[in-house]
Design a protein around this ligand. Structure first.
Ligand SMILES: Nc1nc2c(c(=O)[nH]1)N[C@H]1C(S)=C(S)[C@@H](COP(=O)(O)O)O[C@H]1N2
Ligand SMILES: [Mo]
Length: 307
């Protein structure tokens, strides 16, 4: 069940830079209004988050690895770079535009987004096409809740996502080698699957900037790059939308990008993976181990062709 702690006072305001304090206060206010979850005074921690039955029982990867080994090309292509160069990324105020083939287009700020559904902790496997994997305790809610609010028209078959992009805040992006703003897409039925998560936190706290603050997508049966970070736009479309990685290299990256040990990337085998913090490689599982929940989405499709 959801619990709510009492409103904290802001004793630490004296030692918090003013801008940060105001942003944080705004954020806390939003959570209070939502009556769902509430961060403690100590930091931007969520409390009263529901534990999801959809979590894996596997041991989460260390907080250190989850937050210091990242792919976020807007902030540099080195794994250790985003944790450094995204430090001052401004994520408040934040708005997300919802548009396209929907009955109810709208612009939502983060406070409104946090009110859409109860926040859940979901511990998911996360596998990058590069061959490493992690287990991450995300906090978020099903994307389907937001989609229902938008009320897609019968013509809506896909959902397109766009990340924030500003070269002034992301000077490393010029060396990224892929088109920005970063864009991704899902088929509408994939987006509606109960596993598809809009994440706003990890390890009990608001998302660190390098992990895609203030909100990002998590699609656990697909390669990590489908998990678009720092989302500013969600557009419902009739046609399959372009995605950054297939625009950069269509032969190597397809629209679907389902984790599949039998379909190799042209440069990397996908048969095995190295879990962060472990020495021996383990077998990669079809749909990253989520086949029971998602295989039906692809019945009748040739996953070699639709990679
Ligand atoms: N905007 C944006 N989103 C992105 C990326 C990126 O470069 N830019 N990288 C993707 C890739 S390749 C992976 S593996 C995951 C990494 O998420 P993590 O750093 O939280 O583990 O984010 C994905 N989302
Ligand atoms: Mo990735």
């Amino acid at each position: 069940m959801i619990t709510t702690t009492s409103r904290p006072d802001f004793l630490h305001s004296e030692v918090t830079p003013k801008a940060h304090y105001l942003n944080r206060r705004r954020f806390l206010g939003g959570l209070a209004a939502a009556g769902l979850a509430f961060p403690s005074l100590a930091g931007t921690k969520f409390t009263g988050v529901v534990k999801s039955p959809l979590s894996t029982a596997e041991k989460p990867t260390s907080y250190d690895a989850v937050t210091k080994y990242n792919n976020f090309y807007e902030f540099g292509t080195g794994k250790d770079q985003p944790a450094e160069t995204a430090q001052n990324f401004q994520t408040s105020p934040w708005t997300v535009v919802i548009e396209g083939e929907v009955a109810k287009p709208r612009i939502l700020d983060l406070d409104a987004i946090l009110k859409i559904a109860p926040l859940e902790e979901r511990i998911y496997r996360h596998r990058c096409v590069e061959g490493w994997s992690m287990v991450v305790p995300w906090i978020g809610f099903p994307l389907s809740a937001l989609i229902k609010l938008a009320a897609p028209s019968a013509s809506a078959k896909y959902v397109a996502f766009q990340s924030y992009y500003d070269i002034r805040q992301m000077p490393q992006a010029r060396y990224g080698g892929i088109p920005f703003p970063y864009v991704e897409g899902l088929r509408l039925d994939e987006a509606m699957n109960p596993l598809t998560l809009l994440a706003v936190g990890l390890y009990g706290e608001t998302l660190p900037n390098q992990n895609g603050a203030p909100l990002r997508l998590v699609v656990p049966w697909k390669y990590g790059f489908k998990g678009i970070k720092s989302i500013v736009k969600i557009r419902f479309t009739a046609k399959q939308p372009p995605t950054s990685w297939s625009m950069a290299n269509a032969r190597e990256y397809g629209f679907y990008s389902n984790v599949n040990p039998r379909v190799d990337h042209p440069r990397w085998s996908q048969a095995k993976e190295r879990r962060m913090g472990e020495f021996f490689k383990r077998d990669t599982l079809l749909f990253n181990g989520y086949a029971d929940q998602v295989a039906a989405l692809y019945s009748g499709m040739d996953l070699r062709k639709d990679y």
